[in-house]
Design a protein around this ligand. Structure first.
Ligand SMILES: O=C(O)C(=O)C[C@]1(C(=O)O)C=C[C@@H](O)C=C1
Length: 359
């Protein structure tokens, strides 16, 4: 589908000249909102974010202050001249936010996954002459068409200023990141829509404040238009997502370095994206190997207690035979897979011998 994107026309953060949206995960109290906004404003941040409606995984968690926080965001606008941004999950949120003068609305990952909600949001926005900027987070699952589909729905309904937010994708596997980035997906979206502005969301990708700086850097190296980062005046006491929020001071230390590292390197976006993806896959392989060895250990104890021999040649041969077939089906070289699993089996046998020798 041919989608035309108008410029977001948002103020840029300097140094670095990129869009920087910062603020707490959730608006909690008027004081917390104003204190955080003041510190960010003093550091040159021009766009303030805070969620009012929070879709949470389980009931009983803090679900946001709702429309009560809209006047707090208005005070941020009036007192510090910042633009304001919040998350919307249905048409009612949209209407309340636009009527309260919010400048930027973002659609969260769970909402992007629901075409009915996206339609509701799109048609509600389109009713207003003075439209906000709308940013679409990637869906929770790594489904590029669902992401693209939401963007297309907004555009078809008449929403003009649209951008995307890359917040990573949820995973079942153990991972360094809360939501592994799968960089190839946003890269593919940017290939499909070359004029679509993409913002990185390092807070949700990493889930840990210590990792936020490197993902900020990677996002800008990918030529993203900017970043949306969580910052709280007292992150450890935050009512939601405490581990991934940083103080305005910590954040500004990172953002001021970004320009330097961006100029000092010569980014090669496709290569960088592939390497990042390989790093992630390697980490997944390590996680799986570790799980496999833990199971081999358990079998080792069982064999010791039941006086069974460690080496089970039959089992090993059947396993290799099946792997050969599976490798061929996946287009992998069967000799390589044979060698790889011979090594893995050898290590498993070593671990079990050690257990059996322990007594
Ligand atoms: O199946 C078992 O008995 C195992 O202990 C597992 C395992 C393996 O790593 O796959 C290890 C040793 C045996 O020779 C065969 C297979």
């Amino acid at each position: 589908m041919d989608v035309r994107f108008e410029s977001l026309d948002l103020p840029l953060y300097s140094p670095g000249n990129y869009i920087l949206i910062a603020g707490p995960c959730s608006a909690e109290t008027e004081d917390q909102v104003l204190k955080t906004a003041k510190e960010l404003h003093e550091g040159g941040v021009k766009i303030f974010r805070a969620s009012l409606w929070k879709p949470r995984t389980r009931p009983g968690c803090f679900e946001g202050v709702g429309a009560m926080g809209l006047p707090w965001l208005n005070r941020v606008k009036e007192e510090y001249g910042m633009l304001t941004a919040t998350e919307v999950a249905n048409g009612l949120h949209v209407a309340e936010s636009i009527e309260a003068g919010i400048d930027i609305l973002w659609i969260g990952a769970r909402t992007t996954s629901n075409p009915f909600l996206v339609e509701d949001i799109a048609h509600t926005i389109a009713k207003y002459d003075c439209q906000p900027v709308v940013l679409v987070k990637n869906p929770i699952n790594p489904d590029i068409d669902l992401w693209a589909g939401s963007i297309e729905r907004l555009s078809s309904a008449g929403v003009k200023r649209i951008g995307a937010i890359h917040r990573g994708f949820s995973t079942y596997a153990d991972s360094l990141y809360r939501n592994p980035p799968h960089w190839q997906i946003p890269i593919e979206l940017m290939r499909r829509y070359p004029t679509l502005p993409m913002l990185g969301d390092p807070s949700h990708i990493t889930g840990k404040r210590a990792l936020v700086p490197e993902v900020c850097r990677q996002s800008l190296d990918m030529h993203y238009a900017g970043l949306i980062v969580e910052s709280h005046c007292n992150p450890d006491d935050a009512w939601s997502d405490a581990a991934q929020q940083m103080t305005p001071e910590e954040l500004l230390k990172v953002t001021s370095k970004l320009k330097l590292s961006r100029l000092a390197t010569c980014p090669m976006p496709p290569l960088d994206a592939w390497r990042t993806e390989l790093d992630q896959l390697d980490e997944n392989i390590l996680g799986l190997l570790s799980k496999r060895m833990r199971i081999a250990e358990q079998i080792g104890y069982y064999k010791r207690d039941n006086n069974l021999s460690v080496l089970q040649t039959n089992r090993y041969q059947i396993m290799q035979q099946e792997l050969k077939q599976k490798a061929c089906n996946l287009g992998l070289d069967d000799k390589f897979i044979h060698k790889l699993f011979a090594q893995i089996h050898e290590e498993s046998v070593r671990i079990q011998h050690k257990i059996c020798d322990e007594e």
